[in-house]
Design a protein around this ligand. Structure first.
Ligand code: C2E
Ligand code: MG
Ligand code: MG
Length: 615
C-alpha cells in the first residue's frame, strides 16, 4: 500500500488480549459497509458541511494481543511512514503491560496517535489516568461493553481528527520551512540543516561545502521589468538550480543531506553535505553559473542573469554557522568583484585581505573628522632654468592604528564606496587654502596641481564644489591645475570632456596624468581643453636601459610641442635620465632626484630657497 492509499484508508491498531474481541473489531471496521446516513449527518455536524464523503468501512485494521507487541507494531509503522491513526487499547492484558503503560509507551514514539482506552467500569478513575498520562485530547475512554455504533463513530471521528491535524501541521511546517515563491527550503530550514551537518561532519571527519549564490544586478531587472517578471525569474532560476543539482548525481544527493535553498531576495545557497574532494564544489558552482546564465524567457522578455558564488568548506572554514555564512558571503563578495559568473573559495588569505579592507574602509570614514589626512607637495622643475614651476599636492593618510597608508591603497577604495567625494573636496580645499596662504605671504608659487578621481569629476556636484572652494579661498583659478589620469579620458569620454570645458571656462588648468599608459587617441587629445601632459614614470624608468622607451619619449615630447601642450616627465630619479630629457627638450620634470614630496613647511622652504637661488 502506498502512502496515498494509507492516508485514505486510515490505519487502526487494536491491542487486546482476547481473540474474540479482535473478531468483533474486524467485523465492525474492516468490512466494507454501505454508507451510513446517520453517521454522515453526524460527521457534517462535527466537521462542517464541507467535510468530504466519509469512507466508511475502509479502515485498515491490524491486531496485537499484548501491549509490547502493539507498541512494536506502531513504531514499525511509523518508521515505514505508514503510521497508525488510531489505537484501541484494552485496559488489562495479562501477563504483559496494562493499557495505561501501553499508551504511555505508544505516545513516546507516536505522540499524535489517537487512542481509545477500552475499560471495564471499575478499572481506572479519570483522575488516575490523568496522573499517569497527563491531560491529552488524544485520548478517549470507552466503557465496556460497547456497541458497534460507538466504535464506528469513534473510529471515524478520531481518524479524521488525526488526519486533519497532520494536514495542518504539514501546512504550518511548509510555511515555516519553505519559501512560498519558489518552494525551495527557506533560510530557517537551511540554517537548521547546516547546523546539524556542521556537527556531524566534525564528528565523522567529513568535509561539506556551502555555496552562497547571489544574482548580479537582479535589482535592475526588478526595477526595469517589474516585480512580476522578477518573481517569475526567481522561480525559473530555482528550478534550474534543482535541475542542475539533480543532474550532478551521484555527487549531489538532494534526498540526503544536500540541499538547495532560497535565503531571501536574490540570494540562494547550496549545501553539499559530504564531499570526496573540494573540487566537486567547484564543479557544482561552475555548472550552476553556466546553467543560470542561459537566457530566460519571461512573458515577452528575454533576460540573461549572471551570478556570483562564494564557497566555504565545513568544518574547515568555520566552526559555527554564523562564521561559515559570513565567510561564504565574503567569498561571494570577492567573486562578484571579479566579474559575472565567477566563483571563489573562501581561503584564509582572503580573510586577511578582506578584513584589512574592511578595517581600512571603517577607518577611512573617520579620517577627515579625526584629522588624519594631510597633503604633501612635490616640486616640478623647469629643466632649463631650474625654477620651480609648480607643486603637486599628494594626499597622505596617517591612521594611529593602521599607520601610513599609501594613496594607491586607499583611493581606489574611496572611489568604490563614494568617500572620494568628501575626501576629494577636502584635498582641493586644503591645497587651495595652502596655496593662497603662500601667495599672501609672498612665497613664490606659480601653480598647484591637485589629483582628481574620475568618480569625483563626473559627480553632479563637482563644479559647484570647485566654485565654492575657489570663492572661499580666493585662490586665482589660473594657479590651479587639476590632474586627471589618461584612463579617465577613455572610460567616460563625453562626460569628462564636458567638465573639462567648464574648468577651462573658469581658467583652471588641466593636466593628463600617467600619460602613455591609458591608450587615449591623439584625435581626442587635440579636441580636449588640456594644458599639460605628465609622462608616466614607467617611460622614464626605461631611459638608458636599452629599452624602446627613448624613441617613444621623443615622440611624446614632440607631439606635445606640436599640440602646444606643456610636458612634465614624472619619476625622474637619475642624472642620466635628466641628460636624456634635456637632449629631448623635455621642458619640465618631477621626481625624487629633485625632491621627494614634502610637508607644507618643508615645501615652503624649498620654494623660498629655489627662488633665492634664481635671484
Ligand atoms: P601621481 O599623481 O602620478 O603622483 C605621483 C606619484 O609618484 C606620487 O606617489 C609620488 O610620490 C611618486 N613619485 C614622485 N617622484 C617619484 C620618483 O622619482 N620615483 C618614484 N618611484 N615615485 C615618484 P604617491 O604620493 O604615492 O601617489 C600615488 C598616486 O596616488 C598618485 O599618482 C595619484 O594618482 C594618487 N593620488 C595621490 N594623491 C591624490 C589625491 O589627492 N587625489 C586623488 N584622486 N589621487 C591621489
Ligand atoms: Mg598626479
Ligand atoms: Mg602621475
Amino acid at each position: 500500500m502506498n502512502t496515498f492509499e494509507a492516508n485514505r484508508r486510515h490505519r487502526v491498531l487494536v491491542i487486546d488480549d482476547t481473540p474474540a474481541i479482535h473478531e468483533d473489531f474486524r467485523k465492525t471496521l474492516a468490512v466494507s459497509e454501505p454508507t451510513d446516513k446517520g453517521l454522515l449527518d453526524m460527521e457534517s455536524e462535527l466537521f462542517g458541511v464541507s467535510a468530504p464523503e466519509p469512507d466508511l468501512g475502509s479502515f485498515s485494521v491490524d491486531f496485537a494481543s499484548q501491549g509490547r507487541e502493539g507498541v512494536d507494531m506502531a513504531v514499525r509503522a511509523k518508521a515505514e511512514e505508514l503510521p497508525y491513526a488510531l489505537a484501541f487499547v484494552d485496559g488489562r492484558m495479562p501477563p504483559g503491560m496494562d493499557g495505561i503503560e501501553t499508551i504511555r509507551e505508544l505516545w513516546q514514539s507516536c505522540p499524535d496517535l489517537q487512542i481509545v482506552l477500552c475499560t471495564a467500569s471499575a478499572d481506572y478513575s479519570w483522575r488516575g489516568i490523568q496522573t499517569v498520562l497527563g491531560t491529552s485530547d488524544n485520548l478517549v475512554i470507552l466503557k465496556k461493553p460497547f456497541d458497534t455504533m460507538e466504535v464506528l463513530q469513534l473510529t471515524h471521528a478520531l481518524t479524521r481528527k488525526w488526519a486533519l491535524s497532520r494536514e495542518i501541521k504539514g501546512r504550518l511546517y511548509k510555511l515555516a520551512y519553505y519559501d512560498s515563491l519558489t518552494d525551495l527550503p527557506n533560510r530557517t530550514f537551511f540554517l537548521d540543516r547546516l547546523e546539524y551537518l556542521l556537527k556531524t561532519n566534525k564528528r565523522y571527519g567529513h568535509t561539506g561545502a556551502l555555496l552562497f549564490l547571489d544574482l548580479d544586478a537582479f535589482k535592475r531587472i526588478n526595477d526595469s521589468l517589474g516585480h512580476g517578471v522578477g518573481d517569475e525569474l526567481l522561480k525559473v532560476i530555482s528550478l534550474r538550480m534543482l535541475d542542475c543539482l539533480r543532474g550532478m548525481v551521484p555527487v549531489v544527493r538532494l534526498d540526503s543531506g544536500d540541499m538547495a535553498a532560497r535565503l531571501g531576495g536574490d540570494e540562494f545557497a547550496v549545501i553539499l553535505s559530504n564531499l570526496e574532494q573540494p573540487d566537486t564544489a567547484a564543479n557544482v558552482a561552475l555548472r550552476i553559473t553556466e546553467h543560470l546564465a542561459r537566457p530566460i524567457t519571461v512573458g515577452s522578455h528575454q533576460v540573461s542573469v549572471t551570478s556570483s558564488i562564494g564557497i566555504t568548506l565545513f568544518p574547515q572554514d568555520g566552526e559555527d554557522v554564523e562564521t561559515l555564512m559570513k565567510n561564504a558571503d565574503l567569498a561571494m563578495y570577492n567573486a562578484k568583484r571579479r566579474g559575472p559568473n565567477a566563483f571563489l573559495f573562501y581561503r584564509d588569505f582572503m580573510n586577511v585581505t578582506v578584513r584589512k579592507r574592511l578595517a581600512l574602509e571603517h577607518h577611512l570614514r573617520r579620517a577627515i573628522a579625526e584629522n588624519e589626512l594631510s597633503l604633501h607637495y612635490q616640486p616640478q622643475i623647469n629643466l632649463t632654468t631650474g625654477q620651480v614651476v609648480g607643486l603637486e599636492a599628494l594626499l597622505r593618510w596617517d591612521n594611529p592604528e593602521l599607520g601610513m597608508i599609501p594613496p594607491l591603497e586607499f583611493i581606489p577604495i574611496a572611489e568604490e564606496n563614494g568617500l572620494i567625494i568628501s575626501i576629494g573636496e577636502w584635498v582641493l580645499r586644503a591645497a587651495c587654502t595652502q596655496a593662497k596662504a603662500w601667495l599672501d605671504q609672498g612665497v613664490p608659487l606659480p601653480r598647484v596641481g591637485v589629483n582628481i578621481a574620475l568618480s569625483q569629476l563626473i559627480h553632479g556636484g563637482f563644479l559647484a564644489m570647485v566654485d565654492d572652494v575657489l570663492a572661499e579661498t580666493t585662490l586665482p583659478p589660473r594657479l590651479l591645475e587639476m590632474e586627471i589620469t589618461e584612463s579617465m579620458l577613455m572610460s567616460d569620454p563625453d562626460g569628462v570632456a564636458r567638465v573639462l570645458h567648464k574648468l577651462r571656462e573658469r581658467g583652471i588648468k588641466v593636466a593628463i596624468d600617467d600619460f602613455g599608459t591609458g591608450y587615449s587617441s591623439l584625435g581626442r587629445l587635440r579636441d580636449l581643453p588640456i594644458d599639460c601632459l605628465k609622462i608616466d614614470r614607467c617611460f622614464i624608468r626605461g631611459i638608458s636601459m636599452g629599452m624602446r622607451d627613448e624613441p617613444i619619449l621623443n615622440a611624446m615630447i614632440g607631439m606635445a610641442a606640436a599640440l602646444d601642450l606643456r610636458v612634465v616627465a614624472e619619476g625622474v630619479e637619475s642624472a642620466g635620465q635628466v641628460d636624456f630629457l634635456r637632449s629631448s627638450h623635455c621642458p619640465e620634470v618631477q621626481g625624487f632626484l629633485f625632491s621627494h614630496p614634502l610637508s607644507a613647511s618643508q615645501a615652503e622652504i624649498f620654494l623660498r630657497d629655489n627662488s633665492r637661488a634664481r635671484e
